[in-house]
Ligand binder design. Structure first.
Ligand code: ADP
Ligand code: MG
Length: 678
């Protein structure tokens, strides 16, 4: 077999079977994927300093000549220390290499090297420990730093990378037209790939990164758009637009807000079309998305069709099950709960009832999209807190029915520029106001010095009958100094919350335990819940009116906003106390934003400004295909550019069928891997 760019990595010159396996461990299966193994950073050996300026315990670049290699010493079995004396022409330094005889042998007396390592020792005698080095006649002085794996060294990756780049250069391809590159001031693809690995200068590395990040953002939008186009096939479930929901609406204990009514209208009219709905329902925490979902389920059931509501956690599934049952059972609808912890026997019974069509609405975790669950007529698929699901999970659920309608609910409002990228495959409905009479959560930020006063306040509220959340970032104590729920709960029991009923809730508890705790909290048997961010998603306990968040600096603004959304859900005035000892400008700014606004859209706008869009792209967050470059190298400017460019390309060629867009199409499909087939 000869080597090709998209062939097996093993055939690349110098790789072979053993090393190929190591690459596979990094998810690199072909030379092409190797080329997209983008450096995390660079070592710039041009930045070398004289030995005299090297400060102890700091990493430095030095330019050294090895003067004398000493005899390796066996310290104890298996541990060898090799030392050599080197000079920068003025001072001497000892090079120490632990246990790596190979690296040591490669050094020759009299030869010159650029070295990088931690310098220790004092004024008289300095040492550089286990340095990384290159020969001083090496032309590439800015060396890429890669994510590695056991047995795969930086030098190996560099050599193989050169080979892979050569291979690509022999049949170069370009995904963008000259025209577009010029208009958006982008470097050619091949140039960018070479310069992201072996940059000629800092500027070259930057330009290369920009081009590649742009590519990713562009492909992301094109891919989303292709999915949207693809989804416009006909659906088996065109519902009757005369279906009446007044009975449902008048049965509600409240009137829908304007936003809820509008969203409901948009959804129901989608359901009556013969192409599947693909809609995002965006609305702040507490804006009342569930009742809108319930209306859609009701509508489907009235048409004799089934709905499924999928949630990322069991807690949330239970909660929704309870809420939907309350909304829908009075009208004779049959709801069931299907999660991983349902016993095998019950599962079988439930599955039969789903298959027979007796069940109208199935609520559950990903258990409801497993192969063994068959529906009679699944017409509507709703996913809640969608950012927790991957694009492919969404797709798996969609495959369950005959092109069912899809509704995706998200409580993470995001700015429009981002929404267009992240939810490019969906139409968007937004509920922008909260139900009437809802009091915004009062938010204060304090330092740890005021912790005891904060807990005075918490106890006062508990004494009035309310309940509290205390959120910590960690589960177990670690070196990090961050608060961990386990030890925190113990201490609180002895001090700040002595005499009160508290309980622990975190992600590593068994789901049965978690459910038990949540049930007790909901029933008011627990006064303070000491928890990690597992409560972030969708938990609804209206009597909980206080929240303390420790190490508030650890959380993103949108996440704090999500957490805070757990309170202020009932008739009580609610208070959120953010505790942080971090006094950096950025942290203070963030805390100010949190205490000054309750508008999720505004908060996410600020988050975007402060931290750039990278945080929004994590695949865990929004279920996008994993980005390699754009998540770190992207800025708002670049995002807008990519957006304009995508629009421009799609305007002329919505399905990327034109020959000139062929490479771009192939590359886009590659990014989405299995999600878009064909
Ligand atoms: P979210 O959008 O965060 O999922 P929920 O659907 O859980 O919000 O609704 C939050 C609370 O507001 C629930 O207790 C719900 O019953 C209540 N609610 C929803 N809509 C209205 C409304 N129009 N008027 C008053 N209360 C409402
Ligand atoms: Mg919700």
């Amino acid at each position: 077999m000869s080597v090709t760019l998209f062939g097996e990595i093993e055939y690349l010159k110098g790789v072979g079977k053993a090393r190929g396996e190591k690459y596979r461990r990094l998810d690199i299966k072909s030379p092409y994927e190797l080329i997209y193994h983008i450096p995390r950073s660079y070592m710039d050996f041009r930045a070398h300093i004289p030995i005299a300026q090297a400060k102890p315990d700091e990493y430095c670049f030095l330019k050294l000549t090895v003067t004398r290699k000493l005899q390796p010493q066996k310290i104890r079995s298996g541990l060898v220390i090799c030392k050599a004396v080197a000079t920068d022409g003025i001072d001497d330094i000892i090079i120490t290499v632990f246990n790596n005889v190979y690296a040591f042998h490669a050094l020759s007396e009299g030869a010159g090297y650029y070295m990088y390592g931690k310098v220790t020792g004092g004024f008289m005698r300095k040492e550089i420990n286990s340095p990384v080095y290159i020969k001083d006649d090496e032309k590439v002085l800015i060396q890429p730093v890669y994510r590695l794996t056991q047995g795969l060294t930086a030098a190996m990756v560099r050599t193989n990378m050169q080979q892979a780049l050569q291979l690509m250069k022999s049949q170069p391809f370009e995904t963008l037209s000259e025209n577009i590159m010029q208009k958006y001031e982008l470097k050619p693809l091949m140039w960018s790939l070479e310069n992201i690995h072996f940059p000629e200068s800092d500027e070259a590395a930057q330009l290369a990164r920009e081009r590649l990040a742009f590519d990713e953002l562009l492909k992301l939008q094109l891919g989303m758009s292709l999915m949207k186009t693809r989804a416009r096939c006909s659906t088996a479930y065109k519902m009757d637009d005369k279906t009446d929901i007044t009975e449902f609406l008048s049965g509600l204990p409240f009137e829908l807000t304007e936003g809820q009514s509008r969203a409901t209208g948009e959804i129901l009219s989608d359901l009556c079309r013969n192409i599947p709905m693909n809609r995002l329902l965006q609305g702040d925490v507490g804006s009342g998305k569930t009742v809108v979902a319930a209306a859609a389920c009701y509508f489907a059931a009235k048409n004799g069709l089934q709905s499924a509501l999928m949630t990322p956690t069991e807690i949330l599934a239970m909660q929704h099950y309870k809420t939907l049952s309350g909304f829908l059972e009075p009208f004779g609808l049959k709801i069931c709960l299907l999660t991983g912890s349902v016993t095998a026997k019950n599962k079988r019974i439930i599955r039969e009832r789903i298959l027979s069509g007796e069940i109208d609405v199935v609520v559950g975790t990903h258990a409801i999209i497993q192969k063994d669950v068959e529906y009679k007529k699944l017409a509507l698929v709703i996913t809640d807190e969608q950012h927790r699901f991957g694009v492919n999970q969404r797709a798996a659920l969609a495959e369950k029915g005959d092109s069912p309608h899809r509704l995706v609910m998200s409580a993470t409002p995001i700015p429009r520029t981002l929404a267009l990228i992240i939810y490019g495959d969906l139409d968007i409905s937004a509920i922008t106001q909260l139900p009437k009479g809802r009091k915004p959560v009062k938010t204060y930020a304090v330092t740890g010095k005021l912790r005891h006063r904060a807990f005075n306040f918490v106890r006062d509220r508990i004494n009035e009958g309310r309940q509290a959340y205390v959120v910590c970032p960690m589960i177990e104590d670690s070196e990090s100094d961050l608060f961990a729920v386990k030890s925190y709960a113990e201490n609180a029991q002895k001090q700040d919350l002595k005499g009160y009923t508290t309980a622990l809730l975190h992600g590593r508890m068994k789901s049965a335990e978690k459910e038990e705790v949540m049930k007790k909290f909901r029933d008011g048997e627990i006064q303070a819940l000491i928890c990690t961010t597992v409560v972030e998603v969708g938990v609804d306990v209206p009597n909980a009116a206080v929240m303390v968040i420790e190490n508030a600096e650890r959380f993103g603004l949108s996440q704090l906003h999500q957490l805070r959304g757990r309170i202020g859900r009932g008739e009580f005035e609610s208070t959120c106390i953010l505790i942080t000892d971090n006094t950096t400008d950025e942290c203070i700014k963030r805390m100010k934003i949190m205490s000054s606004t309750a508008d999720g859209f505004k908060i996410s706008e600020e988050d975007l400004k402060l931290r750039g869009p990278g945080d929004f792209f994590g695949s865990a967050q929004h279920g996008l295909p994993p980005l390699k470059i754009a998540d770190i190298a992207c800025n708002t400017e670049l995002m807008k550019k990519a957006q304009m460019c995508a629009a421009e390309i799609l305007r002329d060629d919505p399905e990327l069928k034109n020959p000139e867009n062929h490479s771009l199409r192939v590359d886009t499909l590659r990014l989405f891997d299995k999600e878009i087939t064909g």
